[in-house]
Design a protein around this ligand. Sequence first.
Ligand SMILES: NC(=O)CC[C@H](N)C(=O)O
Length: 374
Amino acid sequence: MDEAVLVLEDGSVHRGEAFGALGRTLGEAVFTTGMTGYQETLTDPSYHRQIVVATAPHIGNTGWNDEDDESQAIQVAGYVVRDPARRPSNWRSRRSLTDELARQGVVGLAGIDTRAVTRRLREAGSMRAGLFSGEALTDTTTMRAQVLDSPEMAGADLAGAVTTREPYTVPATGDTRFRVAALDLGIKANTPRMLAERGAETRVLPSTATIDELLDPFGDGRAPDGVFLSNGPGDPATANHAVELTAEVLRRGVPLFGICFGNQILARALGLGTYKMRYGHRGINVPVIDHTDGTVAITSQNHGFAVAGEPGARVDSPFGTVHLSHSCPNDGTVEGLTCEGVPAFSVQYHPEAAAGPHDAADLFDRFATLMGGR
Ligand SMILES: NC(=O)CC[C@H](N)C(=O)O
């Protein structure tokens, strides 16, 4: 077994075994508490430039299949687990997680107490980190200097690195009832699928799309029935182009739905602020209260930034009143917005549930209703 080392920005060094590819990788160390769904996590573009630490001790049990990828490739900068499965077992598995990481050149680390690392990240906050193995493994001072030289997540503009180069269309399942323009800031494959099941034909556009392209997504002179803002990596404070597009969509009154990064962009277009959380929410059992009816949903989450404000409050915006309609009871983080003056809403969590519970799937129905009600 080759040795591999996790070096955190705080100077702590965690020694384990190489897992996947050998080499060096730098990124923001974050932890996720999901006990399953690692294939969806690793291929979620929102994790771009993050080294993901799994608190669940056994990872890789169901191997790697050809169906569950959320994008074209593994997106995480690195992966840290405690005890990788020695032999995967699942009827859909095609190869092991270890082999897939190696095949895609993703550097990982196994055999360390990931819960101890998590406690450190929980107390001190997410921080820059590096994984080093093979020839990249040198002395601690040199490795830490490389970590300290790497860019911070705050201020990172990353949507351009993961967005589609060319627009593409995902057809509706059955009859086309709606036509949706989706701004791809790091979209997951399951989202257009969820829209398709509700009769939406989705045109997925690069993050650099102009307002004319967004409002005529199929190039036939017709406005879309709705605009979707996807999830994505990086700091929402940098996403000025997406914020400007969103403000124009709101001005035109086209129905709009945003998820995660999309929630943060809608917030900014409404004049609200965003901030970096200490360690974020990453897992598949995060509770969210809907302040409109008091119900609680268990949700899939992956965010390190959040919208500033008082849960349940109503605030003024250039587009009328905004209800900070959803929040997380664990820590009072704002988890969703409902505009009362324009047809727009968004959530900080993942109704596409990949991986995760399906409690929030009805948000796609809500978007369909909003589009149908025009
Ligand atoms: N999943 C997402 O869209 C994440 C949004 C943003 N990058 C954050 O970390 O908060």
